[in-house]
Write a protein that binds this ligand. Structure first.
Ligand code: ADP
Length: 300
């Protein structure tokens, strides 16, 4: 059994590095390229596993080289991968990522491939695993009916649920009552609330709107500005860790993995946020996504 169950996608990140992002219609020379593990669910699972949590990753890959890369990665990071389905019909998902090496910002296209094909029946094969986890963590990179089904299953069994609403897509109102922690970044928070977040007071306004929608605890991640937390009673604002960011791809994933770890260890919300903030920050000092997640020893 696992302390943390993560449902989501794996994609092979094909990352291009350059001094700037190309403008529409423009071709520029890059300064580097790498293929590495990505996908929000998979990255979040790795982040939690590197902190020495017992983690299972529930997802689907293709029967191909990138699928093998995923399984190898899970073995290397001591993650339960018996829960990864291998599709014969669909290829492993891929992402095309462009990273601006000057400031670490990025632009991404994801083709989810096999990961989008995971079904409710397949999730049900691991219902005991979800029910017996302390924390269930998921995102919006697979079919929303599958996500909703799994969130319901977790919540009905008193498992702490985290929905990282990424990428931001429309979800039924029914979702909200099954979410304990909702962790949008600024863009995603704007999508769900229509409030542009440029200040702490706007982050607060957005969090209040989300709480009114039925979410219990809201954490808006603010990139290099840190985070804002609100549960309707307590508000917490933390500045980001001071680091020299070289690639912010996967920072939100690192953050969510760190949060899941803290919650699974029954830490206070203050401790969970401190840790998640640190894990998010530390992930930006290395290139890549899944492989840039810090280990427990890197945090001290
Ligand atoms: P996403 O990757 O989903 O867009 P954010 O950019 O908001 O999410 O980053 C998530 C978290 O990672 C932040 O709340 C912060 O803790 C950390 N983080 C992100 N960028 C930086 C940065 N440049 N310096 C320090 N910490 C960062």
């Amino acid at each position: 059994m696992s302390d943390i169950c993560v449902l989501g996608n794996f994609v092979a990140d094909n990352t291009f590095y350059a001094e700037k992002l190309p403008a529409k219609g423009q071709t520029i020379f890059g300064s580097g390229f790498q293929v590495g593990p990505g996908g929000k669910g998979s990255n979040q699972a790795i982040a939690a596993a590197r902190l020495k949590s017992k983690v299972s990753f529930l997802g689907k890959v293709g029967d191909d080289e990138y699928g093998k890369m995923a399984i190898e990665l899970y073995k290397k990071n001591n993650l339960n991968h018996k829960t990864v389905f291998v599709s014969k019909e669909h290829p492993t998902g891929v992402a095309g990522i462009m990273v601006n090496k000057t400031d670490g910002t990025n632009a991404i296209i994801v083709y989810p491939g096999a990961s989008m094909e995971i079904t409710i029946d397949e999730v049900n094969e691991f219902s005991d695993l979800i029910r017996n986890s302390k924390v269930f963590l998921t995102q919006l990179e697979i079919k929303t009916e599958v996500t909703l089904h799994a969130l319901k299953l977790a919540k009905k069994n008193n498992v702490i649920t985290i929905l990282n609403p990424a990428p931001a897509i429309k979800i039924e109102d029914e979702f909200f009552k099954y979410i304990d922690y909702f962790t949008p970044n600024e863009t995603e928070a704007k999508f769900y609330t229509n409030i542009s977040i440029n200040s702490k007071s706007e982050a607060k306004d957005a969090s209040i709107k989300l709480i009114q929608m039925g979410i219990k605890k809201v954490i808006i991640t603010l990139g290099e500005k840190g985070l804002f937390y609100n549960d309707g009673k307590k508000e917490i604002h933390l500045d980001a860790t001071k680091v020299k960011a070289v690639d912010t791809t996967g920072a939100g994933d690192a953050f969510n993995g760190g949060l899941a770890y803290g919650l699974s260890k029954n830490q206070s919300i203050e401790e969970c946020l401190e840790l998640a903030n640190k894990v998010g920050g530390m992930s930006t000092i290395k290139l890549g996504a899944g492989d840039s997640m810090p280990f427990l020893k890197d945090l001290s």
